[in-house]
Design a protein around this ligand. Structure first.
Ligand code: ZN
Length: 238
């Protein structure tokens, strides 16, 4: 199936937390969006594999995305291997997205940073028809754009998506991952740096920070490595 946008994320819930608003906005405007998770998040100490699978299904229903895949590369063990990058490139050739959005190539979590690099390599290889079929004679179109979303480390974004109109829906979406965000006990409440109840508060702080930078209530920052063509010099629109 042809997709407009393919999001590549390391663990189930990364796509929703980091670019859930962008995904909701795209789908609500009629675009076809798919997600590829590289792992099942099985190293997390919260929630069973069944819990995680149910949560992903609930999140898919909220987003109304067109496809979701899991490459099951092993949580905490994601590596840029020939096999992994070819599997991801094959998905890009299958879905022919115009845009790929993946983790930034620098992040505290090695799976996130590796995901960004794996997506970058697969994005390039997606345009090499003979890699998939040595006898291919027709060129394959590489996705037009590769954007990176923000994880633990900040960067200077190329642009910020105004997600104000879908903010409440994004919060509902991330709440689908109850095993990851609900406090498990009193000591848990708001104490976790990377997990726990304060993930929603931190998500809001970040969204408000980036929204403020573009004069809106909430925003999600995206990075494109290198300059983008400007088709409208008056407004600077892409
Ligand atoms: Zn993650």
């Amino acid at each position: 199936m042809k997709l407009d946008v393919l999001v590549v994320a390391a663990h189930p819930d990364d796509a929703e937390i980091c670019v859930g608003g962008t995904i909701l906005k795209l789908v609500r405007s009629g675009k076809r969006v798919g997600i590829v998770d590289l792992t099942r998040g099985e190293m997390g100490t919260r929630g069973s594999a069944d819990d995680r699978a149910r949560e992903v299904a609930a999140a898919n229903a909220v987003m109304k995305i067109s496809a979701r895949h899991n490459l099951d590369l092993g949580d905490g063990r994601v590596e840029v291997t020939l096999a992994a990058r070819e599997r991801l490139a094959a998905l890009m050739r299958e879905h022919r997205p115009d845009v790929v959005i993946a983790h930034h190539t620098e992040d505290l979590h090695p799976d996130h940073a590796t995901c960004g690099e794996l997506a970058r390599q697969a994005w390039y290889l997606a345009g090499l028809a003979r890699l998939a079929d040595p006898k291919a004679t027709k060129p394959v179109k590489r996705p037009e754009r590769l954007y990176h979303f923000m994880g633990h480390l900040p960067f200077d974004p190329t642009f910020v998506v105004d997600i104000g109109p879908v903010w409440e829906e994004k919060v509902e979406l991330v709440r689908c991952y109850a095993s990851q965000i609900e406090p498990q006990n009193e000591g848990d409440r708001g104490q976790h740096f990377l997990f726990g109840a304060d993930i929603l508060a931190r998500m809001e702080t970040r969204a408000r920070t980036w929204g403020e930078r573009i004069g809106t209530r909430y925003g999600e920052p995206l990075l494109h490595k290198g300059p983008l063509p400007c088709l409208d010099p008056l407004l600077g629109a892409l």
